[in-house]
Design a protein around this ligand. Structure first.
Ligand code: 5MM
Length: 344
């Protein structure tokens, strides 16, 4: 297969209508935080067992087109001795890999951050590709305060995202480009829109400078939403309208699919907001779907909390959440379909 054929094959599967991407790529510190929140010790085995539970959930391939793995998981095996990427391929789910090496402080800013991991990226990608990875993910973050994000942070992060994306495509790997405007803070939805527009504009400008082929990327943005501590919580209709306005102004129609992150929204909010966007208009140029971590996994993680006896109950909750998001990805979700788990 040529590089273009590889990219074409992967993006076609990732943009399938009604399917989304599971982000199961929490780094060890993040995964440790998630496990400790449900009183479970974070060990290589507990992380393996939890990821095993997720991807062996019966029927999950009806709703999930790809799974983003953390490097550790790429080399681990499911209980039956099959490597995670092989197991995913058997299920007709594409394996992906988080390739950034996390956040570092950007000097001469007010503690803003940028993402590292470009060194040896091409070599690492070739290694991951041998293990079966066909797409990758790189996340940049932007903090909203009265004075941030600065133009230095916006420019630096756009440049890294674009360099990463160009390197991925040069070896036949589809890049997920993830600029996350953080939900932390008391900002209004209007302020979030004011920040998100130049962030995305700058990302696409950089992608163009680096000659990234937009037909073979997945954009994974945050939704335009009020800050977690904002007194005026935006309604789903406001979130849908503000997000679509910003996306229409900044994202070229050549991009096939936009898969949102959940970013600290509740599971129900993330589903409702996606559904609201897909209900507004059928004439959007891109597929609008999900690439959630917490909003897909939270209930399953709480149900499981390290207990083997609860694997099946946790898988049922994960299946249910994926199904509801799949409905939201075609605008067919209704809150009445929610069956809240007893602990929620
Ligand atoms: C923003 O985080 C990404 C999406 O997850 P949510 O839907 O929960 O917001 C997620 O893929 C994230 O990039 C990974 O969990 C890796 O995070 P860390 O902090 O470990 O790099």
């Amino acid at each position: 297969m040529t590089i273009i054929n590889e990219l074409e094959h992967t993006i076609t599967k990732l943009s399938a209508k009604g399917k989304g991407i599971l982000a199961a790529d929490e780094s060890i510190p993040t995964m440790t935080k998630r496990l400790e929140a449900v009183n479970t010790e974070s060990t290589e085995e507990s992380r393996r067992a939890y990821r095993d539970l997720l991807i062996t959930t019966p029927g999950i391939n009806e709703f999930i087109a790809g799974v983003i793995l953390f490097e550790e998981t790429l080399y681990q095996k499911t209980l039956d001795g099959t490597s995670f990427p092989e197991k995913l391929m058997q299920l007709a789910i594409l394996p992906g890999i988080k390739v950034d090496k996390g956040l570092v402080t950007l000097p001469n800013t007010s503690n803003e951050q940028t993402t590292q991991g470009l060194d040896n990226l091409a070599e690492r990608l070739l290694e991951y590709k041998k293990k079966g990875a066909c797409f990758a993910k790189w996340r940049a973050v932007y903090q909203i305060t009265a004075h941030t994000p600065s133009s230095l942070a916006i420019h630096t992060n756009a440049e890294s995202l674009a360099r990463y994306a160009a390197i991925c495509q040069s070896v036949g790997i589809v890049p997920i480009v993830e600029p996350e405007v953080l939900i932390d803070g008391d900002h209004t939805i209007e302020r979030c829109a004011e920040v998100s527009e130049p962030v995305l504009y700058s990302v696409f400008h950089a992608l163009q400078r680096h000659q990234v082929k937009l037909e073979y990327i997945v954009l994974k943005p945050s939704m335009v939403i009020s800050g977690k501590k904002c007194a005026q919580k935006a309604t789903p209709e406001q979130v849908a309208k503000a997000t679509l306005t910003v996306l229409k102004r900044t994202v070229p129609a050549a991009v096939p699919t936009i898969n949102f992150l959940s970013g600290g929204q509740t599971s129900e909010e993330a589903t409702t907001h996606l559904n609201a966007m897909n209900s507004v208009s059928s004439s959007l140029p891109w597929n609008l779907s999900y690439s959630y971590a917490r909003a897909l996994q939270d209930y399953a993680m709480k149900m499981w909390h390290g207990d083997k006896q609860r694997i099946s109950a946790a898988q049922n909750l994960f299946y249910e959440r994926a199904k509801l998001n799949s409905l939201a990805a075609i605008g067919n979700y209704q809150p009445a379909l929610e069956k809240k788990p007893s602990f929620a």
